[in-house]
Design a protein around this ligand. Sequence first.
Ligand code: 4AD
Ligand code: MG
Length: 460
Amino acid sequence: MLKIRDILNLKPENQELTVYGWVRTKRESKTFSFVEINDGSTIKNLQIVIEDKIENYKDIIIKINTGASIEITGNLVASQGKNQSVELHAKSCNVIGEANPDEFPLQKKGHTFEFLREISHLRARTNTFAAVARVRNSLSFAIHSFFQENGFVYVHTPIITASDCEGAGEMFQVTTLDLDKIPKENGQIDYTKDFFGKKSLLTVSGQLEGETYACALGNIYTFGPTFRAEHSNTTRHLAEFWMVEPEMAFCDINQNMDMAESFLKYIFKWVLEKCSDDLDFFNARIDNTIIDNLNNIVKDKFERITYTEAVEILLKAKVDFEYPVKWGVNLQAEHEKYLTEMVFKKPTIVINYPKDIKAFYMKLNDDNKTVRAMDILVPRLGEIIGGSQREEDYNKLYNRIVELKLNPKDYEKYLDLRKFGTVPHSGFGLGFERLIQFVTGMQNIRDVIAYPRSFKYIVN
Ligand code: 4AD
Ligand code: MG
């Protein structure tokens, strides 16, 4: 079956073909109608000309309304119109499924994204959400393509876990216990009665399991859903999001940064080449800087600075930040945006963060105060990648776990990696939805995933 994407590239030779799609618009005149149809294969519509000579014209044309699904057989000819090079002159037309114009919600153009979130089951029928879905698809493939070309092994890390990778305690619990009759033993919940026999959670990151495979296979990556019970109601946080996490053995923080930079550039180049129609659309309708920005990013070297340098710059900035800056605090989105938009005007890698604001597994620097963390910040969004060199020294890692009041028993296997043939190793995590926001210019992270979930927010 020919798709509209392919038909639009055909030479019009009056050839007969059949096409299927959903009606976007209809313009009726006395003796014929123009109908624009879309089948999801491209942002572009195919124009159909239906003359009143065709059989049952009157009956058919009243049923051809926005949202209806139709099958058209006709001849492909050069179009006189300026918006398209080809059009289909219908010989026969069959309305497969009607869409009552009094009920179908997508009548007008220019619905707000808030409204469209309420009709998540229909929003993919709009140009914007179909384009997001195609870009999301293409970027998934780009990610696999990059890692496969570079010899990484794709590892499927578990979704249900018993450990907290980030040590931040923001996890969803998985249980089959009856919440009205929770079994207790000495006042404590008796998890031996639970499905797995112990407390179980949804993963916040595949990193810890990824490390175990990197320390056997060399370079691996995982790419899957992760879950965070953060109470953040922002345009860049989801409770369920997808993360790409490569992990590399015999790799230090500098090699990690080089890998992350070439990875992002590869992906941006890919999307510029393979999704040009959709990017043109986003550039025209959502943000007119995205294509230029992506082209520049691909050519230019990322900035690299230390956290301490970043703080010095922010302290000198003549800006009233909502969150005041001093050495030791976490960088907020407003600081990250200031650095990338006002100071460097490009992606910026910040390294060597204070140990107290980063996860337990990061390698301690000789100053004993900072760790080999690296965050990649981009204009408009702030943090898009978080990564680090991992602590490979058994004693240092053990002490850090104890210092942070985590239970070493929960990390025994992780510690074993440092006991048997330990190696310097590093990796990072790219938030997939943030990546899509960045390349499409979409403002709200809820609009780059089909069914968003975040604090007090779930749609079906
Ligand atoms: O910085 P994070 O928390 O790092 C980790 O999870 C590490 N285990 C990664 C690693 O080294 N393997 O998260 C990584 C990225 C962030 O930079 C951000 O892009 C994204 O994941 N992210 C979120 N995206 C959407 N919603 C959320 N709630 C997110 N939290 C993190
Ligand atoms: Mg982070």
